[in-house]
Design a binder for this molecule. Structure first.
Ligand SMILES: Cc1cc2nc3c(=O)[nH]c(=O)nc-3n(C[C@H](O)[C@H](O)[C@H](O)COP(=O)(O)O)c2cc1C
Length: 176
């Protein structure tokens, strides 16, 4: 299967990035084809709510979102990873999700996974996980597993935590 992970953190080698890699390592070990998109490397402007896409199926803004949407549509498995920023997902992640609008009914059937990180405990990360899960389910992508990385703040703090094993195992067990 084609497994696509999208990291919504601006930090290279931050906790969300590390967990995406760990998930993808498990998936690759199980024989899947893997790819990661880091939103920090992409130019994605916010939706302008012009609704031109309702007529044409395409956004009028020419940035990296066409390429991202194409990869999302072609993936069998979608992983969304986000740090918690003020109790919910990062702005980068939300801006990208809004730009799903041209194809929101054509994303195809795929398994979805959510990775959430933050310095709080589970209660503080709950909204990030619930918001991402609700959005994915609303798009017709059932969420199979949520990977919680609680109490991680500085880059790399997730290393050696149980979230690493959970990410690897979730990737390894895709489709099982
Ligand atoms: C603007 C901002 C807001 C944050 N708000 C929260 C928060 O509400 N709850 C929380 O647990 N962590 C919060 N954090 C901490 C990050 O979620 C945490 O450092 C996380 O590990 C970052 O993920 P990354 O390492 O993938 O970049 C915030 C960090 C930033 C920069």
């Amino acid at each position: 299967m084609k497994v696509l992970a999208i990291n919504g953190s601006p930090r290279a080698r931050g906790n969300s990035d590390i967990l995406c890699d760990e998930f993808l390592r498990g998936a690759e070990d199980a024989g899947h084809q893997i790819e990661k998109i880091s939103l920090r490397d992409k130019r994605v402007s916010p939706c302008q709510a012009c609704y031109a896409c309702f007529k044409t199926g395409f956004c009028v803004q020419k940035d990296d979102m066409d390429e991202i949407l194409d990869k999302v549509q072609n993936a069998d498995v979608l992983v969304l990873a986000s740090p918690t920023y003020f109790l919910t997902m990062s702005g980068q992640m939300k801006i990208m999700i809004d730009r799903f609008l041209p194809k929101w009914q054509e994303l195809g059937a795929k398994e979805a996974y959510v990775i959430v990180t933050g310095h709080d405990g589970k209660h503080g990360l709950k909204r990030t996980a619930e918001d991402l899960s609700a959005i994915l389910e609303n798009l017709g992508l059932p969420v199979r597993t949520i990977i919680w990385a609680e109490h991680v703040w500085q880059k790399g703090e997730v290393l050696g935590t149980k979230a690493m094993d959970e990410a690897y195992c979730a990737g390894k067990n895709i489709g099982k």
